[in-house]
Design a binder for this molecule. Structure first.
Ligand code: TYD
Ligand code: MG
Length: 491
């Protein structure tokens, strides 16, 4: 409590949406989230006692209306971060005057990533400042030495106080300032503790105003909680121009950078890194690394060429099915949407007559890659069929295509790119939707009409084929396509 201040008022702030309510309720009236209200000192209390500064207000630039034609188009041209994979995700680099939030679990490598980027930006001739609010300047120095990141005009200030950080910015006049992390800086003029919703929001707001007023690119590092939400309010996501997520399995070396929001370009690209002794190294050929640990073909795995961004990737999808022992069968899904996985289970059951309600199903992607494209449907369905039937998909085959509810395959965009990537990595066959253009000459492309034809083509159905035929004969409306004539020989 601030001494000398008489009455003190608290508000209840929602951790999810940042809205506040005078009284605690079980459910946030604004966003509907349960149990998300926390009690905090009312913001503005200390302001009133101290000065009437509201952190960001004085920084707002004085901008009048301009003729659209008079707006400087070059003011928002991105500059390279010096790390190719980061530039790829940012569609070129950091935009002057923009605010970027990079979120990730503790220990995943956010501080390493921003330090490497800062050092590369400094080495290219710009001035940069790191506000180290979690580590001391000495710790940062040691890490930078280890990463070989001591070049150029790279400044550091070890502080957890927003005014000290803003003062450092005013003195250094950097092109880029990184605040690591936004949850550990606080404005002492606010009574609530660092990391609280109001602190995070106010500090980020002040830094966003700084970016807009000065043209400095501001990067905020934020920790996310286990459930993936940014600790602190989601309101931060509205406040910034770009939201990046940095992910990976801490026990593996692969790291993924993706944009979930980007005001200056598309969001489909992913940047891939390997965490090494010498810091993060960008991966030029991620497909090769993703496939590196592949053993002999086992039931329940399939390779899918994913093309969410401009760079296609070969991703191994895996399914494991085991007898469910009573109760509701378990569905454990990682790397793909749980809803999509449920849908594919239903399609498999309906079209192939394979009972999926009696098994626990585990689905994941290798390397922790998260895929959201519908083009992965066929892969998802076939790895489930393969796991259920105990037969492997041939090792030299890739599959892609969006599946409809009746098991029909839909046309899939960017097919040439997918086929070219599969061919480059030595695959010889592709099962694709009808109407897909032919790929490279020595890649056998097999267009199929639906799931049943695809599963038969790679010889997955075997003994269950009979039951699926019966299911079909019994009037199931499943879309089977024509009776497939030839099957591929297993590789
Ligand atoms: P860090 O960047 O501190 O993570 P975050 O800021 O997201 O909490 O990195 C954490 C881990 O990265 C740490 O466990 C050690 C590992 N690491 C390396 O493997 N190589 C390196 O060169 C560095 C700097 C860190
Ligand atoms: Mg850190």
């Amino acid at each position: 409590m601030v001494p000398g201040v008489g009455r003190h008022r608290t508000v209840h702030t929602c951790k999810t949406c940042g809205s506040s309510a005078p009284r605690w309720t079980g459910r946030c009236a604004t966003c509907g989230e349960w149990n998300s209200l926390v009690e905090e000192e009312a913001p503005g209390l200390a302001d009133a006692a101290g000065s009437n500064r509201r952190s960001g207000e004085r920084l707002r630039p004085d901008v009048g209306p301009l003729l659209l034609a008079d707006v400087d188009p070059d003011a928002s041209i991105p500059f390279s971060t010096g790390l190719g994979e980061v530039d790829r995700v940012l569609a070129g680099g950091l935009v002057p005057g923009s605010v970027t939030l990079i979120g990730g679990e503790p220990g995943i490598g956010k501080s390493t990533l921003v330090l490497q980027a800062l050092s590369a930006i400094a080495a290219a001739g710009r001035t940069v400042l790191l506000v180290a609010a979690e580590e001391s300047a000495e710790q940062v120095r040691r890490r930078a030495a280890r990463l070989g990141a001591l070049d150029g005009q790279c400044y550091v200030v070890g502080t957890t106080e927003l005014p000290a950080a803003l003062e450092a910015v005013a003195r250094v006049k950097p092109h880029v300032v990184v605040v690591d992390s936004i949850q550990t800086v606080a404005d002492p003029l606010l009574a609530s503790p660092a990391g609280s919703t109001s602190q995070v929001r106010e500090c980020a707001g002040a830094l966003a105003d700084l970016a807009k007023a000065s043209g400095i690119s501001v990067v905020l590092v934020g920790h996310v909680t286990k459930d993936g939400s940014l600790a602190g309010p989601r309101t931060l996501e509205h406040l910034v121009d770009t939201v990046l997520t940095f992910e990976g399995d801490r026990h593996h070396t692969l790291r993924l950078l993706a944009a979930t929001k980007h005001r200056f370009g598309p969001t489909g690209e992913i940047g891939l890194f390997e965490m090494t002794e010498e810091g993060l190294t960008g991966l030029d050929d991620p497909s090769r690394l993703l496939l590196a640990d592949r053993a002999a073909p086992a039931p329940g795995t399939v390779i899918v060429p994913v093309a969410e961004g401009r760079r296609p990737l070969l991703v191994e999808m895996q399914a494991l099915t085991t007898a469910a022992h009573g109760g509701a069968p378990r569905r454990v899904v990682e790397g793909v949407s749980a809803a999509r996985a449920s849908l594919m289970l239903a399609v498999v059951e309906r079209c192939l007559g394979m009972p999926t309600g009696v098994v626990d199903v585990f689905v994941s992607t290798v390397g922790g890659i998260r895929v959201t494209e519908p083009a992965t449907d066929l892969g998802l369905a076939l790895c489930i069929v393969s796991a259920l039937g105990g037969r492997p998909v041939p090792a030299d085959t890739v599959v892609f295509g969006e599946l409809g509810l009746t098991g029909e395959l839909r046309h899939t965009p960017r097919a040439e790119r997918r086929l070219a990537e599969a061919h480059r990595l030595g695959f010889r066959r592709a099962i694709v939707p009808k109407g897909t253009p032919r790929g490279p000459a020595d890649l056998e492309v097999h267009p199929v009409e639906g799931l049943v034809e695809a599963a038969t083509m790679v010889d997955l159905v075997g003994s269950v084929l009979e039951s699926s035929r019966k299911a079909l004969a019994a009037g199931s409306s499943c879309f089977s396509g024509k009776e497939p004539r030839s099957r591929l020989a297993s590789a």
